[in-house]
Design a protein around this ligand. Structure first.
Ligand SMILES: [Zn+2]
Length: 145
């Protein structure tokens, strides 16, 4: 590429148009482009490197995103829990115990986690129980032998 010089065309960020545009070099400062004229709005302004080239991709706000994801999943669990609780309104709560056997949709009263509902049976002796704010995998009496 030819060395930059006055009257040559260059890509610059236009401070007026707010985008990268073709500019004509108006003034040089040593090897550096000092001033450019926007071919679109004809404004003469200091040379600014094209944004598309120099702009660093915005950093992901990982911390806050993670927090909102967690809040999101917690409220999703609660919504699911409420839905299941409503769907099985008539079913009695069974106290949770290692030896007890549970079926899909059974309501469980757990001493630590509170009221939950069996969302999934994991063969042979585990249950996925949806509690109000969390999903827990619990052990139960399991499938009949
Ligand atoms: Zn412009």
């Amino acid at each position: 590429m030819a060395k930059a010089a006055v009257a040559q065309e260059t890509l610059s960020y236009c401070t007026s148009c707010k985008i990268d545009l073709a500019h004509l070099i108006v003034a040089m400062k040593g090897d550096q482009i000092a001033k450019v004229e926007c071919k679109t709005c004809k404004k003469i302004h200091a040379y600014k490197a094209p944004k598309g080239v120099t702009e660093v991709a915005p950093k992901k706000k990982r911390a806050s995103k993670k927090a909102s994801d967690e809040a999101q999943s917690a409220s999703t669990i609660e919504a699911e829990w409420e839905k299941l609780m409503n769907a099985h309104k008539e079913a009695p709560f069974k106290p949770y115990g290692l030896k007890s056997k549970f079926a899909l949709g059974d309501k469980i009263k757990h001493p630590n986690f509170g009221e939950g509902i069996v969302g999934k049976l994991i063969y042979p002796n585990k249950l996925e129980v949806i509690f109000r704010t969390d999903i827990k995998v619990l052990i139960h009496g399991g499938a009949p032998n």
